[in-house]
Write a protein that binds this ligand. Structure first.
Ligand code: AMP
Ligand code: FE
Ligand code: FE
Ligand code: ZN
Length: 286
């Protein structure tokens, strides 16, 4: 079983349509893929239709999810949520609030870039983001198009879009204790995404991870491109101590990042632990 529990479509900052993501998952030889767009479920209908339309003999299970923007003690962090009821109103409202604020913030980030001399426009970012949940990676693509930086990754420097970088503007981010509650109340399972990704900025302490576990966190994403081997070992030990399952995933963003779909995967027993905790929705088996 090859299980990748973290992937983005162009419903947020990935570059594949949801249908293309499903096709890419089949091509990568995955048995299970989770769709985890930032603060949105708008990719679900197209992804579900694509899985259900797969030809006989091409099996793929789709785990519907999302990746929530959170902040605790001034530290930005991401919370993956799986198999929640997408209609549950309190959680749906929080995702909507974050998405709406992403537009306000993205306009300000574009203005900051312009003030810093980058010849990009809001219209350009709108075209790149299309109807997706707009974020810094879309603005990074605009900076690449304009020749300001060579790659999306280069745009995440302190000169431009990095957390607290010259052009960064904060957006609404949910308190993760509140987010864990919202996800559980919607029948979903919360997993801390890339908790040791130091290249993205400060990371959350083990003590806060322990408190989140006590508040209902289900798992830690351990095998991730942004974690080195010592970080993985440390997180695996912490998860065992706290009774959390661990996941591995690519955090695929199509051509916006270099990681390949299925480059990191989740063990079947950890996937089973996730399924056992979910009551809000079931995976879609194609
Ligand atoms: P936003 O959601 O608009 O705050 O932007 C955060 C997104 O930017 C993350 O989900 C990643 O896709 C991307 N990102 C953050 N840090 C980096 C980095 N250092 N290099 C490349 N992409 C990054
Ligand atoms: Fe992203
Ligand atoms: Fe993330
Ligand atoms: Zn992600």
């Amino acid at each position: 079983m090859r299980i990748d529990l973290h992937a983005h479509s162009n419903a947020s900052d990935g570059t594949d349509t949801p249908a293309e993501l499903v096709a890419a998952a089949v091509a990568a030889g995955l048995d299970v893929v989770a769709l985890t767009d930032h603060d949105t479920v708008s990719g679900y209908p197209a992804a579900i239709a694509a899985v259900q339309a797969l030809p006989a003999g091409r099996r793929l299970t789709l785990v519907p999810g999302a990746e929530l923007s959170c902040r605790v003690d001034g530290i930005s962090m991401h919370l993956l949520a799986y198999l929640f009821d997408p209609e549950e109103p309190a959680f749906a409202q929080e995702r909507e609030l974050t998405r709406t604020d992403r537009f306000r913030r993205a306009r300000l980030v574009v203005e900051r870039c312009q003030e810093l001399g980058a010849p990009i426009t809001w219209e350009q970012v709108e075209r790149i983001a299309q109807a997706g949940s707009v974020g810094r990676p879309h603005i990074a693509s605009a900076l690449v198009e304009a020749g300001v930086v060579a790659t999306v990754s280069d745009a995440f420097s302190s000169d431009w879009l990095a957390d607290r970088g010259r052009a960064d503007v904060p957006k609404h981010e949910t308190d993760p204790f509140e987010a864990v509650k919202l996800v559980r109340a919607a029948g979903g399972v919360p997993v801390f995404a890339h908790p040791g990704a130091v290249k993205r900025g400060r990371t959350v302490s083990d003590q806060v991870i322990g408190e989140l576990a006590a508040a209902g966190l289900g798992g830690l994403e351990v095998d991730h491109i942004d974690h080195d081997e010592p970080t993985r070992a440390r997180l695996r030990a912490l998860a065992a101590e706290l009774g959390l399952f661990t996941t591995g995933s690519s955090d695929y963003h199509g051509s916006r990042k270099t990681v390949r779909l299925g480059e990191f995967t989740t063990a079947p027993q950890d996937y089973q632990a996730l399924l056992d905790q979910a009551t809000g929705a079931r995976p879609i088996v194609g």
